[in-house]
Design a protein around this ligand. Structure first.
Ligand code: CO8
Length: 257
């Protein structure tokens, strides 16, 4: 049995962390299962991926505290690296990823959500980096990605206090892009994923690469990166079809790749 399930719905893949009895807490086995699921995504047939949590209460309530409680320095470092490598693999998938945050997203849970490109949440979602209250720092990228998403002031406040924030506050500071009643979350996320999947796949992939490669560069270099990915699109059938359809005042017949 795997702690992580995967379902394909047309061009959209749905990854579910499935350990609800522990609020989907991440131990080594859950991370291994997540890694395997990511490796098995058929990128030729998938244009967007959703990540969510099983059960009513949690997206992911963090790394497994029981498992971490007896770790040595070496084990802690290995566990941190193991999780970081997997989250980075998710983050750098060539296709867009969306976190459907359906409840608690604490510690490693918030870090998993932040490794996705876009986050929507349910109105009962709770976000936080409570690690300092457990005697550790965030360890799956929290100190780095939170700063990049919400800015240094708010990120430092959340990390230094360990205090959780609710869905409306997460929306206000830009940690999530939308808040929905619980039963409306997955339909909203699926609609977003399908909208992304309906666009020209290479253009979407190149847009993701341009954003990610350019984000940490100086602006001159970043603009050059965009020029590269933009110009590559002119090799594609989708560029021909997308523009021809516009000029002929009709809908695109089909984006292929
Ligand atoms: N780890 C292990 N088990 C957990 C976790 C967790 N993070 N969260 C919940 N559980 C378990 C509980 O122990 C409980 O198990 P049991 O039924 O066997 O007692 C079950 O899930 C249900 O949880 P609660 O009864 O506590 O449910 P409540 O609704 O009362 O509370 C909370 C929900 C508020 C989410 C509460 O469970 C909680 O505070 N959980 C811990 C949240 C937390 O501190 N997360 C951060 C963990 S640290 C981290 O993520 C670091 C990431 C980087 C690691 C890198 C290491 C090198």
């Amino acid at each position: 049995m795997s702690f992580v399930t995967y379902e394909q719905d047309g061009y959209v893949g749905v990854i579910t962390i499935n350990r609800p009895e522990a609020l989907n807490a991440l131990n080594v086995q859950v991370l291994k299962d997540l890694d395997a699921v990511i490796d098995n995504i058929n990128l030729d047939e998938t244009r967007a991926v959703i990540v969510t949590g099983a059960g009513e209460k949690a997206f992911v309530a963090g790394a497994d505290i029981a498992a971490m409680s007896t770790m040595t320095v070496k084990e802690g470092r290995e566990f941190g690296k193991f999780g970081n490598d997997i989250f980075r693999k998710l983050e750098t998938l060539p296709i867009p990823t969306i976190a459907a945050v359906n409840g608690f997203a604490l510690g490693g849970g918030n870090e998993l959500a932040m490794s996705c490109d876009i986050r929507y949440c349910s109105d009962n979602a709770v976000f936080g980096q409570p690690e300092v209250g457990l005697g550790i720092t965030p360890g799956f990228g929290g100190t780095q990605r939170l700063v990049r998403i919400v800015g240094t002031g708010k990120a430092k406040e959340m990390v230094f206090t360990g205090q959780n924030i609710k869905a409306d506050e997460a929306y206000r500071i830009g940690l999530v892009n939308g808040v929905y009643p619980r039963e409306e979350l997955m339909p909203a996320v699926m609609k977003l994923a399908q909208k992304i999947a309906s666009n020209a796949p290479i253009a979407v992939r190149n847009s993701k690469r341009a954003v990610m490669d350019g984000f940490l560069s100086d602006l001159d270099h970043a603009i050059a990166i965009e020029e590269q990915y933009f110009s590559e699109c002119f090799e594609t059938e989708d560029q021909r079809e997308g523009m021809k359809a516009f000029l002929e005042k009709r809908k695109v017949e089909k984006f292929n790749n």
